[in-house]
Design a protein around this ligand. Structure first.
Ligand SMILES: [Zn+2]
Length: 106
């Protein structure tokens, strides 16, 4: 691939994030997928554990329902920080990760 892969535009489309990339590809990633794949240390650790069928949802999780971002801001040139409606804000998504999680839309 020639040059750096960069997002040219990011926008909220329905229940997901639409990204137009510098190589001409457009991807859409559902917010749920992004939230589930939060790259922060505590979520990564959480995903490494076996699932607990008796896990109780925190009051924030119950109140929040479907994950929605309340803010998204660039961190340097190669990552975005997403603040979620459940109050979680430690996830910083590198642009390559956004690309991996995206589904190509035509
Ligand atoms: Zn996280």
């Amino acid at each position: 691939m020639a040059g750096e892969l960069k997002p040219l535009s990011l926008k909220r489309v329905g229940d997901g994030l639409q990204v137009q990339w510098s190589d001409g590809v457009t991807t859409v990633t559902p917010w749920r997928t992004l939230r589930k794949n939060c790259p922060c240390a505590s979520c990564t650790e959480e995903r490494a554990k076996p699932p607990d069928p008796f896990r109780v949802l925190s009051p924030q999780e119950v109140a929040a329902g479907a994950p929605q971002p309340v803010a998204m801001q660039p961190v340097g040139h190669y990552a975005y920080k997403i603040t979620w409606n459940d109050g979680h804000d430690t996830g910083i998504y590198p642009v390559e990760r956004l690309r991996q999680l995206g589904e190509e839309s035509k």
